[in-house]
Design a protein around this ligand. Sequence first.
Ligand code: SF4
Length: 77
Amino acid sequence: MNNDVCPKAVNCPIFSGILKGTDYTEVYKRLYCEAGEAGRLRCKRFQVAKVLGHCPDNLLPNSPKSVEEIIKEVQNQ
Ligand code: SF4
């Protein structure tokens, strides 16, 4: 795996779960998962997991919610 690929890619639902095989998967990969550090900085999944150590399975990289909102929601569950 080269540095352009997110270190979470192997276990991330974008690759292996809810979006597997959908038309969106390749787009998300290109914009976020295989776009180096800039892609990870844009990814809500990556940013939430950086703080909490995990992230809801169904959260999309381009969630309209802020990272802070998502973290609050997860902590209140
Ligand atoms: S969706 Fe985000 S956390 Fe998952 S592999 Fe792509 S960049 Fe990494």
